[in-house]
Design a protein around this ligand. Structure first.
Ligand code: FAD
Ligand code: NAD
Length: 482
């Protein structure tokens, strides 16, 4: 087969494989280079998200949620199931099967769209040339009119707690525990720390989260963050804020353990764990991607510099997903992949970076889009708020899942929705209704005038929208206007 392509994509994570598929749909001859090998040493597509990120973490979150439901929440419905136990290897095996099914799905989509999957490590050696080094050391050159870099990101490691993927693990290692650690430490109270901390806490681990910053989830709306913290602590997570890790020591014995030293408001502290997860963020994976002669601009943290359309400083080279600015989220990368493909086909597609939804898949889920109160205060925007607690939702009560609230924020003058912040069951799916509404510049009144099915959790969104203008039906209205 000829080595000449219209487009070569480097990386097959959500940003890369979606870009490749859209390019192929638009008639471009497309190849996608991927270096990822699975446990059987076979090339797999799907990147971090499918192999060690979004999908496996959600599989474990769902399994562990079902365990908690069976253990503690069935009795309220009058259902007794006797003693509930967990077979961790079986749970991990189920997770692996889902991963295999989905990565195999990407491979089938490549075949269906006539995308050539190329196995090996890619390096851009000239503005139109890519050198691919196979896992057996063989080399091949690909020639491309356009190159899309979608090389993703990797976990950040910190000197006090070097990863050995045994006692001290990153997010990938935390998806592979074969038994429930009795005492689990988590460094970083961000998205991964809370999701994976929740998985193992639900299964019986005594979990301590050490978060360096004094605020809990500073990126979220403060009221929602405060409510989420309360709920997570009630579930058993010990969350220590303002805890700065200074060192760690592994103790070898019949069972290894790790002592973590940290300082907090009360001085120097130490805590002992059977396993430690380090989840302090991710960094773009851009080292060794380019030959010295290819001067693609990167910032001081390694992110490839791009414009709003994901074009780099070299005209035919684009970059999408975690390697570029913006939140490291699969859906953001996918939209960028589509945008670049369509731009190459002379379409005018844009990504709306103001409406990237964020979700933390704890239970209840924490989800938001648009501006939060603190951002609007800083910007000096006059806004109104509508809050509806799930405890007043008939559907949430029927499901025995009534923690949390919906908070909708609208412009005080125009009533246009500026943001939505939810902590509650199915928050991710509920939020999406507001993301769509915001794409169409809806007002709180528009949502209030829309008919919602009864009884459904989404009525909480309807009621929050009504509450913005003081008309909620199922709660008392205290209009808050800032
Ligand atoms: P990646 O998915 O990282 O893919 C990059 C690919 O490029 C990899 O397969 C890599 O092997 C390949 N590659 C790199 N360099 C080369 C090279 N030189 N040659 C060939 N191939 C190369 N995001 C969400 O939106 N929702 C979630 O629920 C979510 N959960 C997550 C849970 C965890 C535990 C983690 C770690 C991440 C999670 N994320 C989630 C983040 C999400 O996984 C990333 O934002 C997303 O995968 C980024 O996509 P990408 O295509 O840019 O990069
Ligand atoms: P994060 O940025 O969400 O959280 C990292 C946390 O670690 C922060 O709260 C930070 O203050 C803290 N921290 C940093 N250094 C520390 C230190 N030395 N000691 C203690 N705490 C420290 O990053 P993450 O949780 O590692 O996730 C990485 C990326 O993956 C995120 O950008 C996220 O968008 C993505 N992700 C998304 C999802 C999702 O969408 N549900 C799930 C998992 C991961």
């Amino acid at each position: 087969m000829s080595n000449q392509y219209d487009v070569v994509v480097i990386g097959s994570g959500p940003a890369g494989y979606v870009a490749a598929i859209r390019c192929a749909q638009l008639g471009f001859k497309t190849a996608c280079v991927e270096k990822w090998l699975n446990k059987e040493n076979k090339t797999v597509y799907g990147g971090t998200c499918l192999n060690v990120g979004c999908i496996p973490s959600k599989a474990l979150l769902d399994s562990s949620h079902k365990y908690v439901e069976a253990q503690s929440h069935f009795d309220v419905h009058g259902i007794s199931v006797g003693k509930v136990s967990i077979d961790v290897p079986a749970m991990i095996d189920r997770k692996d099967k889902i991963v295999n099914q989905l990565t195999g799905g990407v491979k089938s989509l490549f075949t269906a769209n006539k995308i050539e999957g190329v196995s090996g490590v890619a390096k851009v050696i000239a503005k139109n040339k890519i050198l691919v080094t196979g896992h057996d050391g063989s080399e091949q050159e690909l020639v491309a009119n356009n190159i899309i870099i979608a090389a993703g990101s990797v976990p950040i490691d910190i000197p006090p707690t070097p990863i050995d993927q045994d006692t001290i693990v990153d997010s990938t290692g935390a998806l592979e525990f074969q038994e429930v650690p009795k005492r689990l430490g988590v460094i970083g109270g961000g998205v991964i720390g809370l999701e994976l901390g929740s998985v193992w806490s639900r299964l019986g681990s005594d979990v301590t989260v050490l978060e360096a910053i004094d605020d809990f989830l500073p990126v979220a709306d403060h009221q929602i963050a405060k409510e989420s913290l309360k709920i997570l602590i009630k579930q058993g997570l010990r969350i220590k804020l303002g805890a700065r890790v200074t060192g760690s020591k592994i103790t070898k014995g019949v069972k290894k353990s790790v002592t973590v030293e940290y300082t907090d408001g009360e001085g120097e502290q130490a805590a002992q764990f059977d396993k430690l997860i380090v989840a302090v963020g991710r960094r773009p994976y851009t080292r060794a991607l380019f030959d010295e002669s290819v001067s693609v601009a990167r910032d001081e943290r390694g992110f490839i510099e791009v414009d709003e359309q994901c074009a780099t400083n070299i005209p035919n080279i684009y970059a999408v997903g975690d390697v570029v600015r913006g939140p490291m989220l699969a859906h953001k990368g996918m939209e960028e992949g589509v945008m670049v493909a369509e731009r190459l086909a002379d379409k005018k597609t844009q990504v709306n970076y103001n409406l990237v939804p964020s979700v933390i898949y704890t239970h209840p889920e924490i989800a938001w889009v648009g501006k939060n109160e603190e951002e609007l205060k800083t910007e000096g925007v006059d806004y109104s708020i509508g809050v509806f607690p799930f405890v007043a939702s008939a559907r949430a009560l029927a499901a025995n899942d009534s923690e949390g609230m919906v908070k909708l924020i609208a412009d005080a003058k125009t009533d246009r929705i500026l943001g939505c912040h939810i902590v509650g069951a199915s928050a991710a799916d509920l939020l999406q209704q507001i993301v769509i509404a915001m794409e169409f510049s809806a007002s709180a009144e528009d949502i209030g005038l829309t008919m919602f099915s009864h009884p459904a959790l989404s009525e909480a969104i309807h009621e929050a929208a009504l509450a913005v203008n003081g008309h909620a039906i199922h709660i008392g209205n205290r209009k808050r206007r800032k």
